[in-house]
Design a protein around this ligand. Sequence first.
Ligand SMILES: Cc1cc2nc3c(=O)[nH]c(=O)nc-3n(C[C@H](O)[C@H](O)[C@H](O)COP(=O)(O)OP(=O)(O)OC[C@H]3O[C@@H](n4cnc5c(N)ncnc54)[C@H](O)[C@@H]3O)c2cc1C
Length: 243
Amino acid sequence: MRFTEDRVQGLLERAFDRLLLRNTRVAAVQRVSDRFRLIDLEGDALQGAAWAPGNKLQVKVAGPFTARTFTPIVFDAVRGHVRLLGYAHGAGPGSDWLRRVQVGDACQVFGPHRSLALGDLAGPVVLYGDETSFGLAAAVGAAMAGRAVLRCVFEVESVAEATSALQALGVEAAMLVERSDEACRMQAASDLWSRGSGDGTLFVLTGRAQSIQQARHALKGRGVPASRILSKAYWAPGKAGMD
Ligand SMILES: Cc1cc2nc3c(=O)[nH]c(=O)nc-3n(C[C@H](O)[C@H](O)[C@H](O)COP(=O)(O)OP(=O)(O)OC[C@H]3O[C@@H](n4cnc5c(N)ncnc54)[C@H](O)[C@@H]3O)c2cc1C
């Protein structure tokens, strides 16, 4: 009986992989700091894929059906190349993969797929997030290409590590708040509206679910219309593998 179940599971997994996953190879891994890794994936299977800033890419990080979600920073559909910034926060198959991944490793990915619909990014953007949002900030900054102002506020575990990672990505002028400093974190969320410039500002909230809720509540309290707020929870305490 067990043998049959294992075989069915194996067949299903192989069919899923063949139909839906793209085969890539790890072309570069940069250890930006203790917990941050800048990872380049390459593969013909990425050629021709549609991508826009804010899209997500799911990476198969362990055995059957275990994937974790990342945000491409750059995606070259001609060359078949994607770059990600991964944050190994602690215990979990995604963090384990980030700590062990090496150049030459095979890597299967699912996507890119739509996640945040950011529009044309022609006006000012205020991005509120955390370590998991740095890749998004880099992608948004590159897409805006100086046309309008991007302001970032990040709550982080370590200001020193976050500074190294943001420098590696070329994300400038971000305000960093230590996550453990509850008063400062709440203040940053409630002052978020003041970082915008006029009615045209788009507020993009990503990262920890609870922080997004607080920021959204504060923005609404300041009269920012819901149509100017985009949000997507990237993780929540106790929940594994959010996508
Ligand atoms: C659309 C989308 C885009 C994302 N883009 C990126 C990205 O570009 N780079 C990136 O590093 N991450 C990104 N993430 C977040 C990443 O997918 C999660 O952090 C993921 O859960 C980590 O996997 P894990 O196996 O290490 O932990 P899991 O097994 O998923 O979780 C184990 C435990 O760790 C907690 N946990 C998960 N993430 C964190 C965290 N960051 N800090 C503290 N505790 C955490 C969980 O709540 C859970 O309790 C994105 C997520 C989404 C949904």
